[in-house]
Design a protein around this ligand. Structure first.
Ligand code: PMP
Length: 393
């Protein structure tokens, strides 16, 4: 057998054209992408180290500073999904053996706790049932007890549909010399957050939710306190790809005259992210928050008219981008979802992590955040409820 001959034939699937269905993405993300962002992503590739690319990255940095409401210089987009930002935040600011405090009221805190454990941090958890939230007093007591270098909180808990209050927590962390890390993957653009004014030390989000870019890039920002901690480490961060000493240079944040090759950024993904940030800048953050709130309120009324119960009882704590409803008695939630996908090409999802089997989730974010889409979601759900009734669990 000659080593130069091919023995594995081309797979039959590769000889068929790519097929991608049109779907209404009314789950917790990814969300539908507006044509303008899709078009941006389809522009010709340029080199990741070309001056025009640096300009685009500079624009992205300014766009992120706006949506985060921060003046932090150390503001970049990760080459990777929301998890890349989660790992970047923890890998860079925590060293093995240091104490980390994580608030868990759904899946995301648990994920961050695991990430911190994997790098050998001493992780302490404060836990509530999905949909629960922590008072500032509870947080302060835990911070006093565990003396963490980092406290993690999820702003938009997408697995439960809760938008956690943030006011005052940054001050508590500051008082106890601890960094405050906040996840806004599911909430940014849909609910107000003010990185500088709320004393948040590290903030990150994702591209594919209310920003309506394709998945694969994740904005993140570090303030002076966070930079001080991460650039005065005794050990190097575990990840080379996510090391902020390199990423800060790649994004022109380290004051060096030259940007050096570190990794090849997702050029098309950055085009799309830039355009999605431009859309939100043109519209204005306040307008975006207002719209999400209005459409969510409209959706709540429609759901209650269908006899459904919202999972988060307190209106003020509901996450405007992702609405959770209690799975109605006598229905198999998987069948409801399958019915809507089959007959309406419409995606809603079940719970995630601890909320599996507890809730259905409806996401109307950014481009999808319209009353007409809420009507479509309500209609599909009403049909599913009518047609899946006998399927007792
Ligand atoms: N945090 C929250 C609150 C999320 O909703 C998600 C995505 N569902 C993530 C983090 C993780 O983001 P990704 O799936 O882009 O890695």
């Amino acid at each position: 057998r000659s080593v130069s001959s091919v023995t594995i034939p081309p797979p039959a699937c590769m000889l068929r054209p790519l097929e991608v269905p049109q779907r209404y993405l009314f789950g917790p993300g990814p969300s539908n992408v507006p044509p303008r962002v899709l078009a941006a992503q389809g522009r010709p590739i340029i080199g990741h180290l070309h001056p025009e690319m640096y300009e685009i990255m500079n624009d992205i940095k300014r766009g992120i500073q706006y949506i985060f409401q921060t003046e932090n210089n150390m503001t970049i987009a990760m080459s990777g999904s929301g998890h890349a930002a989660m790992e970047c935040a923890v890998f860079n600011t925590v060293e093995p053996g240091e104490s980390v405090l994580v608030a868990i009221n759904g899946i995301w805190g648990e994920r961050v706790a695991e990430i911190a454990e994997r790098i050998g941090a001493n992780v302490h958890r404060i836990v509530k049932q999905p949909g629960g939230y922590f008072s500032n007093k509870e947080i302060e007591q835990a911070v006093e007890k565990h003396k963490p270098v980092l406290f993690f909180l999820t702003h938009g808990e997408s697995s439960a549909g809760l938008c956690h209050p943030v006011d005052g927590i940054g001050d508590i962390c500051r008082k106890h010399n601890c960094l405050f890390l906040v996840d806004t993957v599911a909430s940014l653009g849909a609910a107000p957050i003010f990185m500088d004014k709320q004393n948040i030390d590290i903030l990150y989000t994702g591209s594919q939710k209310a920003l309506n870019a394709p998945p694969g890039t994740a904005p993140i920002s570090f303030n002076e306190r966070a930079c001080h901690k991460m650039f005065n480490r005794k050990t190097k961060p575990l990840s080379y790809l996510f090391d902020m000493t390199h990423l800060s240079n790649y994004w022109g944040c380290d004051g060096q005259p030259a940007r050096l090759y570190h990794h090849t950024g997702p050029v098309s993904g950055f085009f799309a992210l830039r355009e999605s940030l431009a859309i939100i800048a043109e519209k204005g953050l306040e307008e975006s928050w207002k719209k999400h709130k209005e459409v969510a309120a409209y959706l709540y009324r429609g759901l209650e008219d269908l006899g459904l119960k919202l999972f988060i009882a307190d209106k003020d704590l509901r996450l405007p981008s992702v609405t959770t409803i209690v799975i109605p008695d006598g229905y198999n939630w998987r069948e409801l979802l399958a019915y809507m996908m089959k007959h309406h090409q419409l995606e809603m999802t079940g719970g995630l992590g601890p909320s599996i089997g507890m809730v259905l989730r409806i996401g109307l974010m950014g481009y999808n955040c319209e009353k007409t889409n809420a009507d479509m979601a309500l209609h599909a759900l009403a049909e599913a409820l009518k047609n899946c009734k006998k399927s007792k669990v």
